[in-house]
Design a protein around this ligand. Structure first.
Ligand code: C5P
Length: 234
């Protein structure tokens, strides 16, 4: 049984690359992230193919617009059958609430499972030196997370370094999806707000989004297995 706390990011622009990686990872990985790069180049067929392989999908398109437009966009995306969709929390409480309600209403009307809806807090690539908000980044992240919860969303995307504060503020059931994960000893060296899998999970992350440490490995399956073994310890 695959550990569905691991979501592997398919940041490719060809379908063949996707098929090669998913085949290579096999039954050990069950959850994949489809983001802008892949969706804008390959589109819906890649989501349909992943579904046909019984994989779960986090469709990471980070919607950010007025409430009516975001709600309509999410209802269109719902047709694809992704398990998680997302919006930017900076789009505001009303946008998030309207979006959550629209998904609820639309899925009930169609008799299908409602996808989870989560909110991007502050991108993990932003660090304190380029941040120009009035609050500290961590304070802003928690404020966004509380707002997302109050708006009826299922969780947030946040840096693993803020997972603990979010867990404390938003309770046990709230999803905390953390990108910016680097296994100890990884040779990809970006110095942003990142953590190891063990630290992220220990701090309350429910899902780890990992891309380059697996995709760029000489043997992606071995890299994924190593990460999964590390995760089993938490
Ligand atoms: O860096 P990596 O390849 O593991 O990234 C996987 C996904 O996590 C990317 O698709 C990106 O959207 C997100 N990411 C992030 N913040 C980072 C690094 C990656 O949000 N610092």
């Amino acid at each position: 049984m695959a550990d569905e706390r691991l979501i592997v990011a398919l940041d490719f622009h060809t379908f063949d690359d996707v098929k090669n990686l998913v085949d290579a990872l096999g039954s050990g990985v069950n959850f994949y992230k489809v983001g802008m790069e892949l969706f804008y180049s390959v589109g819906a067929p890649v989501v349909e193919w992943l579904k046909s392989q019984d994989k779960k999908i986090f469709l990471d398109l980070k919607l950010h617009d007025i409430p009516n437009t975001v709600s309509g966009g999410l209802c269109s995306l719902m047709n694809l059958g992704a398990d998680i969709l997302n919006v930017h929390a900076s789009g505001g409480f009303t946008m998030m609430k309207t979006a959550a309600e629209a998904l609820q209403k639309e899925s009930a009307a169609r008799g299908i499972a409602r996808p989870k809806l989560i909110a991007i807090t502050v991108l993990t690539s932003i660090n304190q030196s380029e941040w120009c908000g009035a609050l500290k980044i961590s304070e802003q992240v928690v404020a966004f997370a509380k707002s997302a919860k109050a708006a009826g969303l299922d969780g947030v995307v946040a840096s693993p370094q803020e997972a603990k504060l979010i867990r404390e503020a938003c309770g046990e059931k709230f999803l905390i999806v953390t990108p910016g994960i680097r296994p100890a000893g990884a040779d990809i060296n970006d110095q942003q707000r990142i953590s190891t899998p063990t630290a992220a999970l220990a701090n309350g992350a429910t899902h780890l989004v990992i891309g380059r440490p697996i995709r760029a490995a000489k043997n992606p399956r071995e890299a994924a297995e190593k990460i999964l073994a590390e995760m089993r310890g938490v």
